[in-house]
Design a protein around this ligand. Structure first.
Ligand SMILES: [Fe+2]
Ligand SMILES: [Fe+2]
Length: 250
């Protein structure tokens, strides 16, 4: 099933153009990467950004006295951190390893960010556990600490993804052909197990414009066996249903 995801994603992403950028982290100079070249970051980073914002809002708006809401928030954040950690691991194992081989040092800043992110994941998991362990009536401080720490992580990751989409992408496009970039991306997608793919697709599908989302869904339906497609869609629906209690503020 993973190979079908790979074909689907590569075919879809050939039709996606990256957004023009403004400033990179290491330079105030405005620059834009070549929009005709392959960009392995665009859809997944859109999905991560959207999920970051959704999670941050959910922490801030939670009815902290509701046990079911706290349980739903903890489950959602645990999944979100797992997806972020998987994305980081994919980049380290495939993109950074390949880039470092052809342009030594080019991925150094991004790898430093990734090390910081690993520390953030550990802290955030501990803060989620602390909130879950707190009894009703004593959750105000743990949820406020989680909210602030998650917001700081989101701020760091927004800057990090901007760095990847400008500085790293410029280097990647300089030393790899589009076919090579697509092959790297295909390796990543093929390595993602179905349960993890549910997390990524849930985030990505909710972050795309209607035409892009419909195109991706059509490509998925064409490339995947019917039962695999149905299983993926059902997994996404289950995740969205489990978040209703957060969106309702119940
Ligand atoms: Fe990264
Ligand atoms: Fe990234």
């Amino acid at each position: 099933m993973e190979l079908h995801y790979s074909v689907m994603i590569i075919n879809f992403k050939r039709s996606i153009l990256p957004l023009p950028g403004d400033t990179g982290r290491h330079s105030m100079e405005t620059h834009m990467n070549n929009p005709t070249r392959h960009d392995p970051y665009a859809p997944v980073h859109k999905g991560i950004r959207a999920a970051h914002m959704r999670c941050l809002t959910a922490i801030g708006a939670i009815d902290v006295e509701s046990d079911p809401a706290v349980a739903a928030l903890a489950a959602d954040l645990t999944d979100h951190l797992a997806m972020c950690a998987a994305h980081l691991a994919h980049e380290n194992a495939v993109i950074h390893a390949a880039l470092q081989a052809r342009r030594p040092g080019a991925a150094a800043d991004a790898e430093e960010d990734h090390d910081d992110h690993l520390g953030s994941f550990q802290e955030l998991r501990r803060l989620v556990e602390r909130l879950v362990a707190a009894p009703a009536g004593r959750r105000g401080e743990p949820v406020a600490a989680l909210y602030r720490r998650f917001a700081r992580f989101v701020a760091d990751d927004l800057i990090h993804m901007d760095h990847e989409e400008h500085d790293l992408l410029r280097d990647l496009q300089a030393v790899f052909t589009d076919a090579e970039l697509q092959e790297m991306e295909g390796c990543i997608v093929a390595s993602i197990p179905p349960a993890e793919m549910v997390l990524f697709m849930d985030a990505i599908l909710g972050a795309l414009p209607p035409a892009d989302r419909d195109g991706l869904l059509a490509a998925m339906r064409a490339a995947m066996p019917q039962d695999a497609y149905s299983e993926l869609m059902a997994g996404i629906e289950r995740r969205r249903a489990s978040r209703q209690i957060l969106q309702n503020g119940a």
